[in-house]
Design a protein around this ligand. Sequence first.
Ligand code: KG4
Ligand code: ZN
Length: 361
Amino acid sequence: MVRDGAEVLSNVIASQIGTHARYGGVVPELASREHLRNIVPVVRAALEQAGCGFSELDAIAVTEGPGLAGALLVGVMYAKGLAFALKKPLIAVNHLEGHIHAVLLEARKQQEDLPQPAMALVVSGGHTHLYLAEEAGGVWRYKNVGRTVDDAAGEAFDKVAKLLGLGYPGGPWIDGLAPHGNPRAVAFGPVNVKQKPYRAAQEQSPRFLFSFSGMKTAVLRYVQTHALAESIEKRRRALAGLPNAKLEDALALCDAETLNLIASFQRGVIDDLARKTFAAAEQFHSASIVASGGVAANRELRTRFLAEGKKRKLPVAFPSLALSTDNAAMIAAAAWPKFVAGDRAGELLTAEPSLALGSAS
Ligand code: KG4
Ligand code: ZN
């Protein structure tokens, strides 16, 4: 629950990590079942923690998409029912807009306006997208100027962690282990994705393309050519026997070569994210940079973006760690300007698994 788009009264998360961990990734059927099971208790807990009843709500916000159809449908149908029964306005929010508003929520709370336009990098398990974001007359507008052509950065973190016998989700493990290795030990060259030759359109409005599947394959090849399979299997078995494994446990199970590989992989991903985000900011004359989504919790990403921002005199903002990964407060925050502007969901609102944000460049 969020007051005036700025103050988090409660932010309850029903984590499904335990459900999906043994599969090394999200299983769609299990995700919708868990949503169905959790939605009523989570809403109750959110009201209880905020010390408020249903009647005191001004509006109900719900994620319309993008995401897994089954999980989105549970939320949309429940929210529609609730709004109808309570006679409250219903506001539909794009999940990616929510990630951007995780930053704006905290800026609003500190009464610090983010210089605009902002170049927003949304970098998570499902997305690696760049948006030029700007507010006019209380309405936020987004222009998509970059995206991944294959895996999302978070997906690459998760797949590489799985490949190396580490836990799920992989990002936090790699983040924790990388400082113990040498990031220059294995070369992951810059990733240049060839743009389609719509030259005139490109020159007017260039797009920044990411690609992470090649880096994941390079890690796999390194594992094969350096005969790491046996030690990976040993690590996988040992960690599987430790349901509450800590970073020290994983660290004790990694040799120097593996730590170097992890550090180099992370450096490769972060270099690429930083290079293209700052190039896009320059190209589109952005006045600030926003990085959000699960991967924006990464410490090397934060250090790197802040240093680069300082060098270029460009303010860089992240959400607090708690609001970097998926949460409900960011959805309520994104709904606030829509609420003020009278933007309501129609009766035909349904789940939109491939919903895009804003206009394409
Ligand atoms: O935003 P999020 O919670 O969910 C999606 O919308 O996908 O992001 C989850 C992703 C996972 O791929 C996870 O491995 C990654 O964010 N992640 C991280 C870190 N924490 C979470 N990646 C790198 N470093 C981290 N510290
Ligand atoms: Zn997300």
